[in-house]
Design a protein around this ligand. Structure first.
Ligand code: FES
Ligand SMILES: [Fe+2]
Length: 400
């Protein structure tokens, strides 16, 4: 990925020439891949066998803080233990399977609400009421069941539930969040749409003028983006017009904060977006081909001194959120729900993504590669056929 000075020069080149970044060719994605239950099931199985971002590290500020939610349909709890280590367990009691944690919070111990079995933050089974009723119980081997692995990278907690089929996003991850960024808002919401339609809407600037004529376009450009890939991940840069003021700025230590929107797609389900005055992090949990649950967080910008945000910065961040929710977010959501409603129209067998939309082709291409890998690990999993402009683009041999 380019640093901010390189990014600026590349953007100014596009401004001067009226150009934008172009992929090599078009990508055609079968509409069936948005609609079929078999495909959705395969994506969810893949989700269990890749490192998947679960929450920002900032959501676990101190010992005992936890986040519990479903990941690929499996209840998982992530917790920071007394020593500060972040751990992830299947959120199910070893007695009769009750979930131990709900949502977010902070606790000293996970006590089951059903019969009161209690587990330490490192998962050890600590206490069983009336223990003499379980003469064969070995407490040491009945702790909470951990996931395959937990990785902390770029300010995100990655959870790999089962034996992974590859490194996924961790093949090569860009810098994302820093330690001084603070969560100032979080929400869980359900959209009656396929997760890929929403992701696609964030990965190209070809739609900015027609879809966002009054909201984003007056501050930005028509179809001017920098598109970068790193492993299966990508980053799409949307410059603001005010960036042209930096034409003569010294390039040393140049910072493009407030001059660009940067959408990072963390393969495949997560986005980390650096906006003008805050960061938005969105974790998608596909529940069906037509239903996606989102766990969204808003964080303050990194600070120059690393000491956390001032009151002013926080107020600006909240104003930024209010502007987006009133305008661009609604415009994007309307497009996605309209496409979803027309998905069964029979008009298209494939959706067509042009050379401006190469980050979307990159997402689909890598998803196809990883699903093929999953299939070879599992045996026989049904998969829709792809049609690429050339066969070479279908399988990236570096990943296969
Ligand atoms: S299910 Fe948890 S104590 Fe019984
Ligand atoms: Fe949009």
């Amino acid at each position: 990925m380019r640093n901010d000075a390189e990014l600026l020069d590349h953007i100014l080149e596009h401004v001067d020439n009226g150009t934008t970044d172009l992929g090599d060719e078009e990508w055609f994605e079968p509409v069936e891949n948005y609609a079929s239950q078999a495909r959705c099931d395969a994506e969810r199985r893949l989700m269990r066998r890749l490192p998947i971002p679960f929450c920002p590290v900032a959501a676990l500020p101190g010992p005992g803080s936890y986040v519990a939610r479903n990941l690929a349909g499996v209840p998982i709890v992530v917790v920071r233990d007394q020593q500060g280590t972040i751990r992830a367990f299947r959120n199910a009691c070893r007695h009769r399977g009750m979930q131990l944690a709900d949502g977010t919070g902070c606790t000293k111990i996970f006590r089951c609400k059903y019969h009161g079995w209690a587990y330490r933050l490192d998962g050890r089974l600590e206490y069983v009421p009336h223990e003499h009723g379980f003469p064969d119980l070995d407490k040491d081997s009945n702790g909470l069941v951990p996931v395959h692995s937990v990785d902390i990278q770029s300010g995100l907690v990655f959870v790999t539930q089962d034996e992974p089929v590859g490194l996924g996003a961790l093949e090569s991850l860009q810098d994302l969040l820093t330690d001084d960024q603070v969560i100032f808002e979080s929400e869980e919401k359900v959209e009656e749409t396929n997760w890929k339609l929403t992701a696609e809407g964030t990965l190209e600037g070809y739609h900015i003028k027609p879809t966002h004529p009054q909201s984003f376009f007056p501050y930005g450009y028509d179809n001017l983006n920098v598109v970068e890939m790193q492993g299966p991940n990508s980053r799409v840069c949307y410059p603001f017009r005010r960036i042209e003021k930096l034409r003569d700025a010294p390039r040393e230590n140049l910072c493009l904060d407030r001059m660009v929107t940067l959408v990072n797609r963390i393969f495949p389900f997560t986005s980390v977006t650096r906006l003008a005055q805050h960061y938005a992090v969105s974790f998608a949990e596909p529940e069906s081909p037509t239903r996606t649950r989102y766990f969204n967080y808003r964080l303050t910008l990194p600070t120059v001194d690393g000491n956390g945000p001032s009151d002013d910065a926080l107020a600006r961040a909240k104003k930024d959120v209010a502007f987006l929710s009133d305008t661009g977010d609604k415009e994007d959501a309307k497009v996605v729900s309209d496409i979803q409603a027309a998905i069964g129209s029979g008009a298209n067998t494939h959706y067509r993504f042009g050379r401006f939309e190469s980050a979307i082709g990159h997402l689909h291409k890598n998803l196809a590669v990883y699903l093929a890998r999953l299939q070879s690990h599992e045996g026989n999993v049904p998969r829709a056929e792809h049609r690429a402009a050339s066969e070479e683009t279908l399988i990236d041999t570096r990943l296969a």
